[in-house]
Design a protein around this ligand. Structure first.
Ligand code: CMP
Length: 140
């Protein structure tokens, strides 16, 4: 399996509880490298574009409101099989269903306030990375 990149967001419930370092430690312990990272305040437009695939879902408004409610940390993670590896490290979307030791089991508050986002496929990762980073901000 070749080296891959995936896109990650540490969500407002994580930054609010000062968990950036604790979550980054779990990411690095899994063998993923943080090759780009910045703390930003998402605009409503950015959040709506990012989650456009969910715009018909009943939770869309709540999701966008949450993502702009506080700072987030956007990241590019690199490693062997990075997309699937990060999904394993995050655990299930619903923290009550997440495996022991995963970020969401350890830290998420609910299915909505679930601490982290990770891309679901390499193609999605490329689109999501391009929404927040230019090439020279990613240093592998
Ligand atoms: P994420 O991986 O960022 O992708 C879409 C997000 O929608 C998901 O994590 C959850 O935070 C959110 N989400 C999914 N299902 C629900 C739900 N039933 N209620 C509120 N938010 C949800």
């Amino acid at each position: 399996m070749a080296v891959q990149r995936t896109f990650s967001i540490l969500k407002p419930d994580a930054t609010e509880r000062n968990l950036t370092g604790a979550i980054n430690a779990l990411i690095e312990k899994a063998g993923l490298r943080i090759v780009a990272q910045k703390r930003i305040r998402m605009t409503r437009e950015q959040a709506e574009t990012f989650y456009a695939v969910h715009k018909e879902r009943p939770f869309f408004g709540e999701l966008v409101d949450f993502m702009i409610s506080g700072p987030v940390v956007v990241q590019v993670l690199e490693g062997e099989n990075a997309v699937l590896k990060y999904r394993d490290v995050m655990g299930a979307t619903d923290p009550s269903k997440a495996a022991d030791g995963t970020i969401r089991k350890l830290h998420a508050k609910s299915i909505g306030e679930n601490s982290v986002h990770g891309s679901d496929a390499p193609e999605t990762a490329a689109i999501e990375i391009a929404q927040f980073f230019s090439g020279n901000e990613i240093v592998g």
